[in-house]
Design a protein around this ligand. Structure first.
Ligand code: FAD
Ligand code: NAI
Length: 458
């Protein structure tokens, strides 16, 4: 019998932690999963699932209110924010129940409490009267991330919200709304609230929306937002926020001039930081933390202590739910004697706008920086049957392939169902398929995905 209570104790029950717990149990390990808040983590309670649930409502409202052109006229259509928020909570609860059921079925000990690593094999639990210490052969840190608060004067004023607070906002739908940060969170909330009828302004410090993605995506999105009545200011740095009566004023510098925009609420979404404070005792902390407080790990997710692993948002990188899950599973496989298996170069990123945006593999600029000679083809989706049928805004599929042998290296999409289509392109890239192989695979008609075949043929 092992000298420890558990083969693995996982701290944090987000998509990294709970999926790693399932995987470890399937390997026959004795597992405990410790969570201080709600099972499901950011993704299920404050991130992916609540935002996309709200988007399902805002999308339905938009369609209901502007479908006269396709023969549907609806009267008395109303968006009820309280009901939208209630439904968002119901969806999260249903999914949480599913996780708790599976944890029980797989005989994983789910422990409610705040965990701190106090030694290489010991974890102290606070906030739980029954359990105060656990011992484990392996420990996995999956404590995720939280909104980073930039040092902007006025950031603490009432009405200035982060994404977590915005997901709780009820009552009348805001008349107007300023979003600081044109990254992923900013543009998804811009889409939701603009569809609900709010006048939205996005202020982004860099030269385009989604500055971490292919240039053309951010630029096309800006045009698309403009057509929908969303004001976008790029190269615009927010300097301060002030209260004016019961309104908030956001001051930003654009082309060396200070401009202002007034609104009911301001959303701050300027990035996220890792949750590492207090996860280790002070003596251990200095050995495991790296730049900007992220947990430092090697290619096998091992911290400075070989039996203590880190996965998901807390180690940085792409900070997506599916990456956290893949890393958690990979780390468990490594604990069980396998080599690391996931390909971090082929992680699809999906943004839920209308039309959707998705990207995988190399962009043209990244290929150039890596010294790879590429052919790039951008195929507009305006002639795609499904796009015309569903009256979607302008879009494209861009493929990046090796000039030498036509192997597909990257894809950037802004089109209907881009977030689903990208899966096919990820499989093609991960398996070294050429554009000819993609082009010669018969795709169904009429679909959005057949545009991939057309893009590859071009
Ligand atoms: P988390 O999900 O953050 O889970 C960490 C858990 O650890 C939390 O439950 C926390 O309470 C717990 N914890 C922390 N400290 C302790 C402690 N000391 N003791 C016990 N428990 C502790 N990603 C996508 O892929 N697609 C999307 O559409 C998407 N949308 C998003 C929308 C928003 C608004 C946000 C904020 C994020 C979104 N993300 C999305 C990102 C995604 O939510 C994260 O990448 C993902 O949740 C990271 O998973 P994780 O397991 O690493 O950490
Ligand atoms: P982000 O890093 O995507 O974007 C933040 C933006 O704020 C940047 O473009 C930055 O230039 C800008 N900014 C910073 N300071 C500013 C200032 N003072 N004035 C104006 N602009 C400023 O971070 P975001 O949007 O907070 O998202 C965090 C993470 O959440 C993402 O990296 C992603 O991993 C995850 N996420 C994923 C989603 C998805 O996959 N669909 C959806 C939402 C979030």
């Amino acid at each position: 019998m092992s000298e420890f209570q558990y083969d693995l104790v996982i701290i944090g029950a987000g998509p990294g932690g709970y999926e790693a717990a399932y995987e470890a149990a399937d390997y026959g390990m004795k597992v405990a999963l410790v969570e201080k808040d709600l099972v499901g983590g950011t993704c299920l309670n404050r991130g992916c699932v609540p935002t996309k649930t709200m988007m399902h409502s805002s999308d339905a409202y938009r369609i209901a209110t502007c479908s006269e052109g396709i023969g549907i006229t609806a009267t008395g259509v109303k968006a009820d924010l309280d009901r939208i928020i209630d439904r968002k909570e119901e969806v999260s609860e249903t999914l949480r129940d599913g996780i708790l059921f599976l944890l029980k079925k797989k005989k994983i000990d789910y422990i409610q409490g705040t965990a701190q690593v106090t030694g290489e094999h010991t974890i102290a639990i606070s906030g739980n009267e029954e359990v105060s210490e656990l011992t484990a052969s392996n420990i996995m840190i999956a404590t995720g991330s939280e909104p980073a608060v930039p040092p902007i004067p006025g950031i603490d004023l009432p009405g200035v919200l982060d994404s977590t607070a915005l997901l709780e906002l009820r009552g009348e739908i805001m008349k107007d709304f300023v979003i600081i940060g044109g990254g992923v969170i900013g543009i998804e909330f811009a889409t939701i609230y603009s569809d609900l009828g709010t006048k939205v302004t996005v202020v982004e410090a860099l030269d385009r929306l989604l500055p971490n993605m292919d240039k053309e995506l951010g630029r096309s999105l800006k045009m698309n937002f403009k057509n929908r009545g969303i004001d976008v200011h790029t190269n615009a740095m927010v300097e301060k926020i002030e209260q004016r009566g019961d309104r908030l004023v956001c001051f930003y510098k654009e082309k060396d001039k200070v401009q202002e925009v007034e609104a009911d609420h301001i959303l701050v979404c300027t990035g996220r930081r890792p949750v590492t404070k207090g996860i280790f005792t002070t003596e251990l902390e200095e050995k495991v933390l790296g730049e900007r407080g992220f947990l430092k790990v090697d290619d096998c997710y091992r911290t400075a202590f070989p039996n203590i692993y880190g996965i998901g948002d807390v180690i940085g990188g792409t900070m997506l739910a599916h990456t956290a899950t893949a890393e958690g599973r990979d780390a468990v496989a490594i604990m069980n004697g396998h080599e690391p298996e996931i390909n971090q170069n082929v992680v699809a990123g999906c943004i839920y706008t209308s039309p959707e945006i998705a990207s995988v593999g190399l962009t043209q600029d990244e290929a150039k920086a890596a010294g790879i000679d590429v052919i790039v083809k951008k195929f507009p989706t305006s002639a795609n049957g499904k796009t015309v049928i569903e009256e979607l805004d302008r879009g494209f599929i861009k493929l990046v392939a090796s000039k030498e042998d036509h192997t597909l290296l990257g894809a950037q999409l802004m089109c209907g169902r881009a977030t689903d289509i990208i899966g096919e392109l990820a499989v093609a890239i991960a398996n070294g398929l050429t554009v000819e192989e993609v082009a010669n695979t018969i795709h169904p008609h009429p679909t959005f995905v057949e545009a991939v075949c057309d893009a590859a043929r071009s």
